[in-house]
Ligand binder design. Structure first.
Ligand SMILES: [Zn+2]
Ligand SMILES: [Zn+2]
Length: 355
């Protein structure tokens, strides 16, 4: 098998040839059909996050990410073989030849959090493509068939990003579901923002006001059905938000996550409102602490989503015919170029590697 591995943080990926593994235990061997190149792969590749206030960057090495590592946590593959310990009941509706989405956000599989189905919240993460090898390869092993979700005819290339950006957006929206009868404010009109707009509609929400500093992205959000858009850099952005919402703003989803977006997101909320931070752009918190209790604001982080939510998302996509997000398919051999293009902001839509 061929894979493209991070052998050194920030250095080009290395092409590695190894014998294709046989699945052991409960593993499933898949032939990769699509591997999305996610923005968080850049953080893995670069080796960390900016924490702001001059703090030392949050290093992934300190968080247990060891090298070499095959990245890729948005993977769709065709099932080749099941390990000897896979029982008929483990496979659900899966058989060799089926095409499935890999749920990558694994934990230890043993603790209470994992057993409650919240593996993405486990304190001993084992995420595929982060802590274990992922989909920048032509073959990949998945530890158990329960992490494979049958695509049942959905297109592998456009479905791959549902494993990360899709479920991340879906899980963030679920956290403000109680406020779907009011306009939600969404920061960031990139891939996640556009996906949030179509999911919000499919989930029965009233709609969203989208904030972005890029005029082209605001235009894309308007085309994708945003109720209104606001330039986050405008001096009167806060007044514009209040006016366009036409009433109190109860929920904000920040898909950017920098000091400026979290400040404006916090400021535009009414009393008792909720700010859900998803984006990992980085920086330090900007809020005046007394305003958090005075406004009784909830600030909640949202990190990817769980297996159940991923299945719900696929069902929603299938039943509501959600339009696919724009993708740029690229051959696996161009994994390095895809990362550099993403880093330089040159990609239209999401790059998906197709071995
Ligand atoms: Zn991702
Ligand atoms: Zn666990």
């Amino acid at each position: 098998m061929k894979s493209f591995q991070v052998v050194e943080f920030n250095a080009p990926l290395k092409e590695v040839d190894q014998p294709t593994p046989q699945p052991s235990g409960t593993q499933v061997l898949i032939k990769v059909k699509a591997a999305g190149v996610c923005h968080s792969d850049l953080h893995i590749w670069e080796g960390g996050y900016d924490l702001g206030h001059g703090r030392k960057p949050l290093s992934l090495k300190d968080r247990g990410v060891s090298l070499p590592r095959t990245m890729g946590h948005e993977t769709v593959g065709e099932i080749v073989a099941f390990g000897p310990d896979v029982k008929a009941g483990d496979k659900a509706d899966l058989k060799a030849g089926d095409v499935a989405l890999v749920y990558p956000w694994l934990g230890c599989g043993k603790c209470e959090t994992c057993l409650a189905g919240e593996e993405n919240m486990c304190l001993k993460p084992n995420a595929l493509g982060v802590y274990c090898d992922g989909g920048y390869a032509d073959y990949m092993t998945v530890p158990h068939p329960r992490y494979l979700l049958n695509l049942k005819g959905l297109d592998p290339v456009t479905a791959a990003p549902y494993a990360c950006s899709g479920v991340t957006t879906y899980s963030a929206l679920k956290k403000v579901e109680a406020d779907f009868n009011t306009p939600i404010v969404i920061f960031g009109a990139g891939g996640l923002g556009l996906m949030a707009l179509s999911l919000l509609k499919a989930m029965g929400g009233k709609g969203a006001i989208v904030v972005d500093i890029d005029a082209r992205k605001r235009e894309a959000a308007e085309k994708a059905g945003a109720l209104a858009t606001v330039d986050g850099k405008a001096p009167d952005a806060l007044e514009q938000l209040a006016k366009k919402a036409g009433g109190p703003i109860r929920a904000v989803i920040d898909l950017v996550g920098n000091a400026a977006t979290t400040q404006l997101g916090f400021d535009c909320l009414t009393k008792g409102g909720k700010l859900v931070i998803v984006g990992l752009f980085g920086g330090g918190a900007p809020w005046a602490l007394p305003l958090i209790p005075i406004k009784a604001i909830t600030i909640q982080g949202s990190y990817v989503g769980n297996l159940r939510e991923t299945q719900e998302l696929l069902d929603l996509v299938r039943t509501k015919k959600i339009a696919p997000i724009p993708v740029t398919p690229m051959p696996l051999a161009k994994a390095n170029e895809a990362l550099v293009d993403l880093q330089k902001g040159r990609l239209v839509g999401r790059a998906v590697l197709t071995p």
